[in-house]
Design a protein around this ligand. Structure first.
Ligand code: ZN
Length: 79
């Protein structure tokens, strides 16, 4: 019984993690690694933008970094 409840909880959490939206632009956020592939830059570049607060980002309960693609695009334009 308790195992079944736990499994349901985990599934729900995974779904909610994929639907994080940016607090500032309401855009759906993507994982840092995915954004690096998507914009054709290294993940190191993405983390640098996060550290310098140039992009919107959020950290999930699972310690995964999600970034806002709109702010990443704007930040990469100015480099
Ligand atoms: Zn944003």
């Amino acid at each position: 019984m308790s195992v079944r409840t736990e499994r349901k909880f985990v599934v729900r959490r995974q779904i909610s993690e994929q639907l994080i939206s940016c607090e500032k632009c309401r855009e759906q956020m993507i994982s840092a690694q995915f954004s690096a592939d998507f914009f054709g830059v290294s993940s190191r570049m993405i983390y640098r933008l996060i550290e310098s607060s140039e992009i919107h980002f959020a950290e999930t309960d699972a310690n995964e970094i999600y970034v806002c693609p709109v702010s990443v695009e704007q930040a990469l334009k100015t480099i």
